[in-house]
Design a protein. Structure first.
Length: 103
């Protein structure tokens, strides 16, 4: 099972920079474009009334000044076929695209 640090490195490779942040505190100054990710719910399939594995879920947000992020969305869902594109929103003049990913 891969861990969060493996995911972090894969996200850096996908983005092409080290602007990847795990649950950043408010004091961190982010550089754009960037990815911000945080833990979410997990998945624990059962067999014979017992958990036999656990998959951690993450919410990953791509933040960019560019409103047209379709190329990145495509790259993300092809790199992580177990992901799902959630939504787009704008805040503080920055564009946010969110994904759910089991890793």
């Amino acid at each position: 099972m891969a861990d969060r640090l493996d995911l972090h490195e894969e996200l850096c490779d996908l983005l092409g920079s080290r602007n990847v942040y795990f649950q950043p505190p408010a004091t961190v100054t982010m550089k754009y474009p960037c990815l911000v990710y945080e833990r979410s719910s997990g998945l624990s399939p059962k067999a014979d009334n017992k958990n036999y594995t656990y998959h951690q879920s993450y919410i990953i947000t791509y933040i960019s000044k560019d409103p047209d992020s379709l190329d990145f969305i495509r790259k993300f869902v092809f790199k992580f076929p177990q992901s799902r594109y959630n939504t787009h929103f704008t805040r503080d003049n920055l564009n946010h695209d969110t994904f759910s990913l089991y890793y």
